[in-house]
Ligand binder design. Structure first.
Ligand SMILES: [Fe+2]
Ligand SMILES: [Fe+2]
Length: 214
């Protein structure tokens, strides 16, 4: 009986995580947003705000994927020594999720309707990588974080000059993601070969192209 109960418990916990990630407004940050009251936007045209919202929507979906990846991995990976570290990283991703969502609201926009789709795909990949083994699973985290870092750099350049509040959020996220990537490699993550990374880049292109608009 206790075994069944713990299974049920785990399933409820999992479902709770899904809701927290996908229901707008449900993610609660543990750190205040880097876009504090002291940071004021400069002038932005309607077109620029629209572009900024598209970029922030991509970043928000990236964080949904990160949550799903960590949650999927948590289900199957052993990670005896680094589980705590991974949970800490996942908490930081919740901060990112909440900050991006808040910023999207400020820009008069909303998160992507495609999020459930990308959540499911990323959860599956996380769980699969975790089942293969910890080295692969940590390598997957490192490769994903590196990819997110590249996106963030591009977005920091592409944001309208007046969008200081989005810029503050992305700059802190870039620092956190670099740290996550480094942690995963130090914990024994495998460096992924070029073709695997190319596959991941292709997938991220599909995501960014679609989510920028919807
Ligand atoms: Fe993140
Ligand atoms: Fe991260």
């Amino acid at each position: 009986m206790p075994r069944i109960l713990s299974r049920i418990d785990q399933a409820i916990h999992q479902f709770d995580n899904v809701l927290r990630t996908l229901v707008p407004g449900a993610a609660v940050a543990s750190r205040p947003t880097p876009a504090g009251k002291e940071i004021e936007d400069g002038e932005m045209s309607a077109e620029e705000r629209h572009h900024a919202a598209g970029l922030m929507r991509i970043n928000h979906t990236g964080e949904v994927c990160a949550q799903a990846l960590y949650q999927g991995q948590g289900l199957t990976a052993k990670l005896p020594e680094v589980r705590g570290q991974m949970e800490e990283a996942a908490q930081e991703e919740i901060d990112h999720l909440a900050w991006c969502e808040e910023r999207l609201g400020e820009l008069g926009s909303r998160s992507s309707v495609l999020n459930p789709l990308f959540y499911t795909a990323s959860f599956g990949m996380g769980a699969l990588a975790g089942a293969v083994g910890d080295r692969v699973s940590l390598g997957f985290v490192a490769a994903t974080e590196e990819q997110v870092g590249k996106h963030l750099d591009k977005h920091l350049e592409s944001l309208p000059a007046g969008d200081r509040r989005s810029r503050a959020v992305l700059a802190q996220m870039a620092i956190d993601e670099a740290h996550h990537a480094q942690q995963a490699l130090e914990a024994g993550g495998a460096r992924f070969p070029g073709p695997v990374k190319a596959g991941m880049t292709l997938m991220s292109k599909v995501m960014t192209k679609s989510v920028y608009r919807i």
